[in-house]
Design a protein around this ligand. Structure first.
Ligand code: C2E
Ligand code: MG
Ligand code: MG
Ligand code: MG
Length: 282
């Protein structure tokens, strides 16, 4: 009887796994078609200099415009793309599109900015990223200093020696490197010191409960101080309130991103924001 129950449980999980595998295949097939049909698009969120209040960068964030389901957020398809390997093609498309857009803004005479592109762990390790980046820069004519790649702690800590080589090649090209979601992984101070990193992005989870959570305030302040002592700029993610901004200002944080300034926007709306900023200071 117990045995029978065990088999039942096993059967349940086996069915469940089959269901998940099928669903993944289904999404993968649809995603592949979406890529081919041009259903992916980028939104851009301002990155703001904390001292001047000016927009100095744009993080490119992918969305999937599905004819039936509407706008699908990256959490619903990036993990599938990562698991199936399709992330290589999606990542290449995102990189090319973000660089093309940044070049177009430069050509339109808008204030110079850096476009930040997310690179998933598998994409970082599977492709020859530095070569791919170099090709895209040549094709689009975007100066390397206008591109920043956002990597996660996990991507860097896995196969550290190899990661270090890739980072050094990117640095050699003149491309910036940021660590995304910083504080959620487990990178050591030793590796942070060794890696050529330009920006640490404090994960949103440490910003959300400021000023109610004194621990989070200590953590955010510690990350800012540590970054600065290593010569790394620090950006706070997910800033939603004026109190959070004031705290970050007081702690000498360099940059921020968040709904307080703007949600991620379609390219045209982002461009409008840049034009308003330019006319305000002209
Ligand atoms: P991320 O790189 O940490 O991007 C920041 C996410 O936080 C974005 O969500 C953004 O909309 C959201 N956010 C920004 N400010 C605020 C705020 O003030 N409050 C709140 N609650 N949220 C805020 P999004 O666009 O849904 O992207 C989620 C994640 O998907 C990204 O996290 C990134 O890990 C991944 N992702 C997005 N685009 C790409 C891509 O092109 N390639 C790869 N590999 N991953 C991507
Ligand atoms: Mg990011
Ligand atoms: Mg992040
Ligand atoms: Mg993230």
């Amino acid at each position: 009887r117990a045995k029978g129950d065990g088999r039942g449980v096993y059967r349940y999980y086996a069915d469940e796994m089959t269901r998940i595998a099928r669903e993944r295949l289904h999404i993968e097939a649809r995603l592949r078609r979406a890529l081919a049909d041009g259903q992916l698009l980028l939104h851009y969120q301002p990155q703001v200099d904390l001292r001047s209040g000016r927009i100095i960068g744009a993080e490119a964030l992918v969305r999937w415009q599905d004819p039936e389901q509407g706008l699908i957020p990256p959490v619903r398809f990036i993990p599938v793309a990562e698991a199936t390997g399709l992330i290589g093609e999606i990542g290449a498309w995102v990189l090319g599109e973000a660089c093309r857009q940044a070049r177009a803004w430069l050509d339109a005479g808008l204030p110079a900015l850096t476009v930040a592109v997310n690179v998933s762990p598998r994409q970082f390790h599977q492709a020859d990223l530095a070569t791919q980046v170099m090709q895209v820069l040549v094709e689009t004519g975007l100066p390397p200093t206008h591109l920043e790649l956002e990597l996660t702690e996990g991507a860097l800590m896995e196969r550290e020696a190899e990661a270090l080589q890739v980072l050094q090649r990117l640095r050699g090209l003149g491309v910036g490197v940021a660590i995304d979601d910083f504080g959620t992984g487990y990178s050591s101070l030793a590796s942070l010191k060794r890696f050529p990193i330009d920006v640490l992005k404090i994960d949103r989870s440490f910003i959300t409960d400021i000023p109610d959570d004194p621990d989070d305030m200590e953590i955010a302040a510690a990350i800012i101080a540590m970054g600065h002592s290593l010569g790394i700029l620090v950006l706070a993610e997910g800033v939603e309130t004026a109190e959070q901004l004031a705290f970050l200002q007081q702690r000498n944080c360099d940059r921020y991103q968040g709904f307080l300034r703007s949600r991620p926007l379609p390219a045209q709306a982002f461009e409008q924001l840049l034009r308003e900023q330019a006319s305000l200071t002209a």
